[in-house]
Ligand binder design. Sequence first.
Ligand code: IPM
Ligand code: MN
Length: 356
Amino acid sequence: MAQRTLSIAAIPGDGTGPEVTAEALKVLAAVAASEGISYDVEMLDWGGDRYLRTGEIVPDGGLDLLRRKDAIFLGAIGHPGVAPGILEKGLLLELRFKLDQYINLRPVKLLPGVETPLAGRGPADIDFVVVRENTEDLYCGVGGYLKKGTADEVAMQQAVYTRKGCERCIRWAFDYTRKRNSPKKTLTLVAKTNVLTYGHDLWWRTFQEVAKDYPDVKTDYNHVDACCMWMVKNPDAYDVIVTTNMFGDIITDLGGIIQGGMGVAAGANLNPDKGGVSMFEPMGGSAPKYTGTNKINPIAAINAMAMLLEHTGHSKAAARIDAAVAHVTGTKMATQAAGRMGHGTREVGDLVVAAL
Ligand code: IPM
Ligand code: MN
């Protein structure tokens, strides 16, 4: 049967982004060849170097170029020569917002053989998913100064929540929990309703209303501070968490470390609507000081590639990568805690390809 070509834009980005992207693409090439998936990759040199050279972050026509793709793969952004915030806002947040990628899906899954800092915990205990709203909250950049630079300076940064924005995220999270169909089948709202009595009250009411459409899904609620405690104390209690953008940012770093660190944590920025384009990324940063050293763990990037395949309708290829990665972490890598993976970046990519 003739199959449509999977058209991918790859933005390797800064620092070690290109190295881990290369491994993810290597694994894609291998799985595509054996599964008969036809694909093309357009490499885009967006990031810190190009910005310093040309002053452009997303070049003219760049968003339209991405809109014509089936998916985007992003390596990492963050450049020591560029002030903090410029590339984050100009590239990562720009794409999330303009492409309306309103779901940030971040699995927290401890793979076999990977070391977690949580004493006495193994893969059976750490396997949940955070659904982070990805377009609103403090990230909107709404705010301003009064009397800037004076002793009377006032700075305001507003959290923006809309009914539409939280409802589409909550609804997606309920659907996802239903599909995931774990024995717990529980969606936990994480917020701070005791203090954020307007914005998170909107989330709370919306969550209660949407829950009525999902009688088969159990619901729970945690304040975000308590959630941080429970993620460490009882990670096995969670199935799916849905939360706001800012809290989701914070708790997914905690999630990343309990699953073994940023070298293994991947995420998807999804626009699940018809015609929407989604973006897949390892969660770690660009780690500039390791650039070109073959030291960064590419498992997160490879996992992100598996998520890309899963969300573009190639579930079998995605499952094969997941199985190969679990085989490699479980049997070939002594420990995957930062800097101790026992192999170089390229060698880990080769091991995953061999395990496919
Ligand atoms: C993340 C990152 C970004 C965020 C930064 C780089 C803007 O921390 O993807 O979690 O805050 O969302
Ligand atoms: Mn973050």
